[in-house]
Design a binder for this molecule. Structure first.
Ligand code: F6P
Length: 325
């Protein structure tokens, strides 16, 4: 079937670079002779029929903006067959014959369900969590990592003045990648991630050792999905304050990591993946998502996102420990 009209939507937690991906879908789609429509508020907008035509001028000036011009949402209704039926009816009413879904694991699982009904769908891997199975790195990760690093660098200077240890909590849902990468690149003394079991007492020992070695500051990067969050760890460490030596403070970065302008890496990645997604959809492909895999823009089966990503590289974990000396 020759596609005439394709829709693009962003879903789940936003990520810096989503706008660049929308722009790439629209401009590449139009260059291929397609009509492109934007869906507002992710899958909810598909169900409610919130679709608007998007031309090349409508996506001007968004490349450098964080967030998503289309809005995003988590839509539990779309997880039900009834919700998907309503979405399919809406797509039919708007004469849409293919969809590009830009988002992370949950959004791509929704894309897989839609593709399973026979409707043409291609996904684009975009989430700061870097937890999409098969993708080396997803849109938004690099920017979020740089924001975490800037925060860690700043915290180190004030920590040194007061000989304090900072527990810095970073996002990532159940995946420790952001915390691990920020820990290695930010020179953390301890990195706490869900994939590696470590007791709070062992962490306290590491802090004490750092203090004894004469360090003026210590950084503990804690992944939000780790068994203990930063506040719980700080409460535990507080009981051993005398032994640890450092005064303790907690900083939770939260959504700061998700907001703001995408960096060069994410703009480039989003442009490459968005363009490839709509081109492949126009060529008749469906049931895949575009990701950077082994360094190349690659179509991967959507089915793959239903399986969890393997744990982070052991070598990076080893380096995190080695560099904390
Ligand atoms: O998936 C992206 C993410 O930012 C996670 O890192 C975090 O756990 C979650 O979304 C936060 O969700 P919300 O924006 O709904 O609070």
């Amino acid at each position: 079937m020759t596609l005439k009209r394709v829709a693009v939507l962003t879903s789940g937690g936003d990520a810096p670079g989503m706008n660049a991906a929308i722009r790439a879908v629209v401009r590449t789609g139009v260059a291929r002779g397609l009509e492109v429509v934007g869906v507002r508020q992710g899958y909810s907008g598909l169900i409610d029929g919130q679709l608007q035509p998007l031309g090349t001028r409508d996506v001007a000036g968004i490349l450098q903006l964080g967030g998503t011009m289309l809005g995003s949402a988590r839509a539990p209704e779309f997880q039900t067959p009834e919700g998907r039926d309503r979405a399919l009816r809406g797509l039919g009413q708007h004469r849409v014959d293919g969809v590009v879904v830009i988002g992370g694991n949950g959004s791509l699982a929704g894309a897989q369900a839609l593709a399973g009904t026979g409707f043409p769908v291609v996904g684009v891997a975009s989430t700061i969590d870097n937890d999409v199975n098969g993708a080396d790195i997803t849109i938004g990760v690099d920017t979020a990592l740089n924001i975490a690093l800037e925060a860690i660098d700043r915290l180190k200077t004030t920590a040194s003045s007061h000989q304090r240890a900072f527990l810095v909590e970073v996002m990532g849902r159940n995946c420790g990648y952001l915390a691990l990468a920020a820990g290695v690149a930010g020179g953390a003394e301890v990195v706490v991630i869900p994939e590696v079991e470590m007791s709070p007492d062992a962490m306290a020992d590491e802090l004490q050792a750092a203090y004894t070695r004469g360090k003026r500051h210590a950084i503990v990067v804690v992944a939000e999905g780790a068994r203990w969050d930063a506040l719980a760890l700080a409460r535990h460490f507080e009981k051993h304050r005398e032994r640890i030596g450092f005064e303790l403070r907690v900083t939770t970065l939260g959504h700061v990591q998700r907001g703001g302008a995408p960096g060069a890496f994410d703009r480039l990645l989003a442009t490459r993946l968005g363009a490839a997604a709509v081109e492949r959809l126009a060529d008749g492909e469906s049931g895949t998502y575009m990701a950077l895999a082994r360094g190349a823009v690659t179509p991967l089966p959507l089915q793959q996102v239903l399986t969890p990503k393997p744990p982070p590289d052991r070598e990076l974990i080893r380096l995190a420990q080695l560099m904390a000396r």
